[in-house]
Design a protein around this ligand. Structure first.
Ligand SMILES: [Zn+2]
Length: 251
């Protein structure tokens, strides 16, 4: 891949990642994503131009608000960095192709819902719905092989998660179910099932770590969205490799 173009994708990613943080944190609270401008939630100090530089401003400020010294959550620079990396990865894996548009939209959606789910245990419809509509349209223009695999994947993703929700009596959030509809659309049937498998695996490791660190009981709700997001990215780019590797274990 062209290094210069890769750097461009990275910078573009961290800037948009900064915006995705705002969307993920404000949309569930029904706040505008444009006004008021970014500010410290403790002292209301407006962020200056230098404070708005993704990732680096966090390092300059040593993770503290310039006004009141309140610690800024590391989730902001982490998600900016993650978005930058995912944008470069998308370009490196797909080059300039129609699929790159789908990849960029898909990873953007995953970043936003990860922020919302960590902050509020919620995957907002207001984010899912517009992405779902655009991705349905794009999958008609840039289809999987065979073309109907997106739609079968969406139905299977939604259906399996819905069944799990019914059987586990609310162990699965409505947002997770709808998210799997979109995952199915983008990934097709096989990779959607791979995503489910990996998400369950990652989710149980995350669960163990969180329970160990907080020392709370097994009833503590843990957002599943971030695990689904990580699983979906792995499956999107390396799902076929994973299926081949997993199959080889048994022959
Ligand atoms: Zn402050």
């Amino acid at each position: 891949m062209g290094i210069v173009i890769g750097v461009f994708f990275f910078l573009y990613g961290i800037v948009l990642g900064s915006f995705f943080n705002v969307v993920g944190l404000r949309v569930p609270k029904k706040e505008s994503i444009v006004s008021p401008p970014s500010h410290c939630t403790v002292c209301n100090r407006k962020l200056g131009v230098l404070d708005l530089i993704p990732v680096f401003s966090y390092l300059f400020l040593k993770g503290k608000c310039r006004g009141c010294g309140t610690r800024i959550s590391p989730i902001y620079p982490i998600m900016e960095l993650v978005t930058g990396i995912l944008f470069v990865l998308s370009y490196a894996m797909l080059g300039f192709s129609g699929e790159l548009i789908i990849a960029i939209l898909f990873v953007s959606l995953l970043v936003i819902i990860t922020v919302s789910d960590i902050a509020y245990m919620l995957i907002p419809n207001k984010v899912l719905l517009p992405f779902a509509i655009v991705l349905i349209g794009l999958r008609l223009i840039i289809p999987l092989e065979p073309w109907w695999d997106s739609f079968l994947g969406a139905i299977v993703g939604f259906g399996v998660l819905f069944l799990i929700a019914v059987v586990s009596k609310g162990g699965m959030g409505g947002g997770d179910i709808k998210l799997f509809f979109v995952i199915g659309l983008v990934l097709g049937t096989t990779n959607t099932l791979v995503t489910l498998f990996l998400a369950a695996f990652i989710g149980s490791i995350v669960g163990l770590i969180v329970l160990k660190r907080t020392g709370q009981g097994r009833k503590t709700p843990i957002p599943f969205g971030p695990s689904i997001a990580v699983a979906a990215v792995i499956s999107y780019f390396w799902g076929a490799d994973f299926v081949a590797w997993y199959g080889n274990l048994f022959y």
